[in-house]
Design a binder for this molecule. Sequence first.
Ligand code: NAP
Length: 347
Amino acid sequence: MKRKTALITGINGQDGSYLAKFLLNKKFHVYGLSRRTSNYKFQRLKYLKIFDKISIIYGDITEYENITKIIKKIKPNFIFNFAAQSFVDYSFDNKFTTYEINTKAVYNILETIKNFSKKTKFYQASTSEMYGNSNRKFQNENTEFNPVSPYAISKVSAHDLVRIYRKSFGIFASSGILFNHESPLRGPEFVTKKIISNLVKIKLKNGKPVHLGNLYSFRDWGYVEDYMDAIFKIVNHKKADDFVVGTGSSTSIIDFFKIACAEIGFNPIFKNNGPNKFCYDKQTEKKLMIINRNLFREQELHYLKADISKIKRVLKWKPKTNLKNLIKKMVSYEIEKIKNPQDEYFY
Ligand code: NAP
């Protein structure tokens, strides 16, 4: 039987790497789109030991002609659009780049599918950031969007495009509204990775205290491999649709920090309030965390919690990994990384 084919944009990213691993296990032929940089490291793919199993195609998602050429040539069964300027803070100073990559490029792909590859099923990586401050106890497929960052605005527009192409042109185009999902291979600027990698360095070497912004934002954090399973179910559902993917439980940054401390063996003591708050370890008196005013967002997003009843009911999906186990995985990875400094594939 002919192998199914998938094109993953953003193959170098956290989700692209894990989805590639997931699809290779299902015997897919995986094509990965990667933009040119001065240094092709593909560390995540190499760490997962899948780099040589993927057909890498070089290209920038914002180049309409090139994207069209690629899709026309391989006519994949599935396109997973993960490529994005995905860091919210960066989007405030780089609004136009964020829009080009996160919105305009989605037009490029959908237009190409419509004109040249109508059987290709499309998946868009939508995000819980689209909800902004919704003032709801939880968010689901019917919750209104109220974006509070250029990143979120770009993703709302892309989300709307997917819906329009699905309804107006009959394209199989689905979106997963994914709440935060983490892994050992999360980008270094994201708060979960920052907390864990700094704390492990303090424990095992002479690391510096982690700088944090608003400790009282709540997020619904899940584990990436569970979410790749959800995405696979979404694109294999009989009809294209939108689904919220999350855990259904929400934790503040300060509580995430405390759980990570406990896992690593610290006993955190907090001093002061507001911007002068800091934290040290009771036994060693090492400073673990300080507040950095520059890390507060222009508009904070206070509270996210997924209502996953639709995906549970329709696709029979639910997450398998709880927050404690997710943190355990991230901590073991950082410990291994420090113990094996010669291993170039650690991210
Ligand atoms: P990520 O690690 O930042 O990966 C994004 C990827 O997009 C990177 O590999 C990047 O390439 C690539 N990219 C950026 N601009 C590009 C361009 N112009 N042309 C081609 N490739 C480009 O993000 P992630 O965490 O894997 O997230 C995957 C997707 O899910 C993103 O769309 C994100 O917005 C969305 N999402 C993520 C979460 C989450 O919690 N992780 C939650 C909801 C939605 P380089 O490697 O060259 O930089």
